[in-house]
Unconditional design. Structure first.
Length: 352
């Protein structure tokens, strides 16, 4: 570059007008101007980011729900999605992609354009997946941009009406007397209520057979009929069945008693020391989604979650609204991956 500039100075006589020499000061000024223009040009992408965030969304948002329609995640997603549609004037389309413990939905989201128009609704099973699947087509943490923890909720342990047990202690005694005869349903291999059941088996020292489904809504008919003995169900799906006496409630999986069922003991209270298997719900975007877009998604979701009508609906189905920051969700996700890996190893659940 220095050589080119020097040659230009030496050959300046053939440059302008009537063959006069271009003064060095003018050439320096021209170079300075070019440098300024170049610097401004490099700022254009940065200046465009706030504008992009202000314009977002520019088209319908596809919210991929990692479980089947009619389940707890679907119910909450539709509540929040309706509020986002009202706020932005762009439809939020719920796309249910159940199966494989939520990994199908996660893989689709990881491959989507990182512009905020495709987001993923997950539960704790997202953090469990690395422990139960040998190979995932994505990295559970690195390939996603955390948006917010939407809600938290415990599971409720319920049994089919034909199971002769009225407490956690009686259920454990029954399972010990009939090893391999009782069954528990889950939303699928790697789902959070699958690991809740495996943890129960390990701590209680019982042999109960796991029966995976493609979503919790599909477990209901078999649970009511007695085709499966029990499940660790989401309150969204299970509370109506309890009220109608179509299943029998034995306990809740949280560390402390559940506000929606204050008279129901925790499983730990019932004698199974160290048992806790609550779950959470969250929203993720593909890796590379602009931070300002993530921020806009988080703020609107948090606002929706704290609207009185949304709060009332969530309380009815036994869900605690959160609306955390992206940083808080990121920290939770990393912690949960480690925690569930330890539980999976202790329970003997190996990668599929």
């Amino acid at each position: 570059m220095a050589t080119s500039v020097q040659s230009g100075n030496q050959g300046a006589r053939c440059g302008s007008g009537a063959g006069g020499v271009v003064p060095r000061s003018m050439k320096r000024a021209a170079f300075r101007a070019l440098r300024i223009v170049g610097s401004l040009a490099s700022l254009v992408p940065l200046l465009a980011l706030p504008v992009a965030a202000q314009d977002f969304p520019t088209k319908p948002i596809r919210w991929i729900v990692a479980f089947s329609a009619g389940g707890p995640t679907d119910t909450i997603a539709r509540l929040v999605g309706a509020k986002l549609t009202e706020a932005w004037g762009q439809p939020v389309v719920i796309d249910n992609r159940g199966g494989a413990g939520g990994t199908i939905a996660a893989a689709m989201t990881a491959r989507a354009a990182p512009d905020g128009h495709t987001i993923l609704y997950v539960s704790a099973s997202h953090a469990i997946a690395p422990s139960v699947y040998k190979s995932l087509p994505y990295d559970t943490v690195a390939d996603f941009a955390p948006v917010t923890v939407i809600a938290t909720t415990p599971f409720v342990l319920v049994v089919s009406p034909g199971v002769p047990a009225n407490s956690v202690g009686e259920l454990i005694a029954l399972a010990k007397s009939k090893p391999g005869e009782l069954t528990f349903a889950s939303s699928g291999i790697g789902a959070s209520n699958h690991l809740a059941g495996e943890l129960f088996k390990t701590l209680a020292g019982v042999d109960i057979v796991h029966v995976p489904y493609k979503g919790q809504s599909q477990t209901t008919p078999d649970l009511i009929s007695g085709a499966v003995s029990m499940t660790f169900g989401s309150p969204v799906q299970t509370l109506p069945l309890i009220s109608a006496k179509r299943v029998r409630l034995l306990g809740v999986t949280s560390k402390t008693r559940y506000s929606a069922l204050p008279d129901t003991p925790t499983i730990e209270e019932s004698g199974l020391k160290g048992y806790e298997a609550s779950t959470w719900h969250g929203a993720l975007a593909p890796r590379g989604t602009p931070p300002r877009v993530v921020e806009k998604l988080q703020k609107e979701m948090a606002r929706a979650l704290h609207m009185p009508d949304v709060q009332a609906s969530l309380v009815k189905i036994g869900v605690n609204a959160v609306g955390s920051t992206p940083e808080e969700f990121s920290s939770l996700l990393k912690t949960e991956v480690v925690r569930w890996a330890e539980i999976a190893k202790r329970s003997g659940v190996f990668a599929q």
